[in-house]
Design a binder for this molecule. Structure first.
Ligand SMILES: [Ca+2]
Ligand SMILES: [Ca+2]
Length: 122
């Protein structure tokens, strides 16, 4: 079972933009062979703060070449709106890497109001 290392880049906008979030964030990985379950991204840190990079180790079946990811949050806690720059994934068994650009808000009160985005591999 490979470990997929996820690096999640929260935007570094102006300090008053509240780009970070304390909502719960979930990701689903879609590979050529199979897709993952929906996984909550969390660790002991205060995750997804403005300008931060959060790293998570996901132990999954081999998914094959990654095509896209779906990422969303649950809009919980104050100021849940989140500006996501990108997600990077690396299969630590094969050293394959993928980048999933976003550069948009997942926020009810910004952009198109969506708090879920499907991101294609760059
Ligand atoms: Ca946070
Ligand atoms: Ca946390």
């Amino acid at each position: 079972m490979p470990t997929y290392r996820a690096r999640v880049y929260t935007g570094n906008l102006s300090p008053g933009a509240f780009a970070g979030t304390d909502a719960n964030v979930y990701i689903t990985l879609y590979g050529r062979e199979r897709s993952s379950d929906e996984l909550m991204l969390d660790n002991a840190a205060n995750n997804f703060e403005q300008g931060a990079v959060d790293t998570f180790a996901l132990h999954l079946a081999e998914l094959g070449d990654l095509q896209r990811v779906r990422i969303r949050h649950d809009n919980k806690n104050p100021f849940p709106g989140w500006y996501l720059d990108r997600v990077e994934l690396r299969n630590e068994d094969t050293d394959q890497e993928w980048t999933f650009p976003c550069y948009r808000w997942l926020a009810r009160d910004e952009d198109d109001g969506e708090i879920e985005r499907m991101l294609d591999s760059a």
